[in-house]
Design a protein around this ligand. Structure first.
Ligand code: HEM
Length: 394
């Protein structure tokens, strides 16, 4: 058997990481990549325990594996995702004052309207590329809608957000173009926060400027970092969920037939897609002190990748994990993380998933995918398609 290497930058891994994950779980549950000097945990129980242990594993260096994205100033870029409790708890509570379940639920009619607009345009085309027409557009527009980004600015912001996550083959760090895109997004939100400070509206940025707990408020720059986090955390991941759902249903005709008989299973379609092929495959942490796991010592101040995508396929946590099964119990799925940093946008992502797939399935239950035109995105942690060509038979 070949030597075991897990390199999250490799295009081969982006194509299909699951055979390597299976080997990691079996042969090297505490894997160390000597060249890139990171550790990786791949079993469900280990990943879960690590996510919950915010004392041992810190978020303050950010959650990415890339060397230049790993630094103690991560909170500037990632807001409270780059913080540990108790500061994380305070910041998240303040943001939650504005980013309420009600604000999310109120977005449903608007999300449906946007989805229908895209789908009707797609119907007129007959065949189309799903990422360009809908999946790559809608999530960023929903975030823009929520934050209060005006329509004319959205296309440019979306372009920068895409550049931010793109990775070149053979480059094991954040490429310069991504740094430039980050700078543009950062200054855009700086100006937006300042505008809303002077003239508040009904959007989330204005609500965050007004949010207060025990006399504490968010500084404008903290809101700017939060806007940035929303783009990084909520855009690509949701795009990938939508396309992955269409792809895996198409690859599993028995599940497609099941859905045709029971369209009420659409929320299960969302959940099983998230488990089976997690949009966010890995999150990073850094050890505060040495720890020994399965006989391997991880020294202090080492980068550890928590492989959510592998945990979701762990045979110790899910029966027949490699089977795509809409009826399965996905409660143990780690796709949105767990514990203190559990995805703040999970309800929004689920809402977007359900609404888009409901409207899509209603119109195009006979859809087909053209496999030759499919292309994968190359990212260290985000998994899914850059292109997914569809034939839209009703
Ligand atoms: C399918 C879509 C999504 C997936 C798979 C996903 C996944 C995740 C994961 C795994 C984390 C935990 C990161 C960690 O522990 O290091 C996270 C955190 C977060 N997500 Fe999501 N996410 C999605 C959509 C969204 C959306 C739509 C938003 C907001 C618009 C969002 C906002 C956030 C925020 C703010 C955090 C940080 C929470 C904290 O640090 O307390 N996410 N997400």
């Amino acid at each position: 058997m070949s030597a075991l290497e897990y390199n999250p930058f490799s295009y081969e891994i982006h194509e299909d990481p699951y055979p390597i994950y299976a080997r990691l779980r079996a042969e090297a549950p505490v894997y160390h990549h000597a060249g890139l000097d990171f550790f990786a945990l791949s079993r469900h129980a280990d990943v879960l325990a690590a996510i919950k242990d915010t004392e041992l594993y810190t978020n303050t260096y950010g959650v990415s594996v890339e060397p230049s994205a790993s630094h103690p100033a991560a909170q500037l870029v990632m807001s409270f995702l780059g913080m540990d409790p108790p500061r994380h708890t305070q910041m998240r509570a303040l943001v939650s004052r504005g980013f309420t379940p009600r604000r999310v639920a109120e977005l449903e009619p608007r999300i449906r309207e946007m989805a229908i607009g895209h789908l009707e345009r797609m119907r007129a085309l007959g065949r189309c590329e799903f990422i360009g027409e809908l999946a790559g557009v809608l999530p960023m527009d929903v975030i823009s809608e929520l934050l209060g980004v005006p329509s004319p600015d959205r296309a440019e912001l979306r372009k920068q957000a895409d550049t931010l996550v793109h990775r070149e083959e053979g480059v094991f760090d954040v490429p310069p173009a991504a740094g430039v895109a980050f700078g543009k997004i950062w200054s855009y939100f700086g100006a937006l926060v300042e505008e809303r400070r002077r003239a508040p509206r009904s959007d989330l940025v204005s609500a965050l400027l007004a949010a207060e707990i025990d006399g504490e408020r968010l500084a404008p720059m903290e809101i700017q970092s939060f806007c940035n986090l929303m783009v990084v955390a909520g855009n690509e991941t949701t795009t990938k969920l939508l396309a992955n759902a269409l792809y895996w249903l198409w690859r599993n005709p028995d599940q497609r037939k099941l859905l045709a008989d029971e369209p009420g299973l659409i929320p299960r379609w969302v959940e099983e897609t998230l488990r089976y092929d997690a949009s966010s495959q890995a999150i990073g942490r850094v050890t505060n002190r040495p720890v020994t796991l399965h006989g391997v010592e991880i020294p202090a101040k080492k980068r550890v990748m928590l492989l959510l995508g592998s945990a979701n396929r762990d045979e110790r946590a899910f029966p027949d994990p490699d089977v795509y099964d809409l009826r399965r119990d996905t409660t143990a799925s780690l796709s949105f993380g767990q514990g203190a940093h559990f995805c703040l946008g999970a309800a929004l992502a689920r809402l977007e998933g359900r609404v888009v797939l409901e409207e899509f399935w209603r119109r195009f239950p006979g859809y087909q995918i053209e496999p030759r035109g499919c292309a994968r995105v190359h990212s260290v942690s985000v998994r899914g398609f850059a292109a997914l060509p569809l034939e839209l038979a009703p």
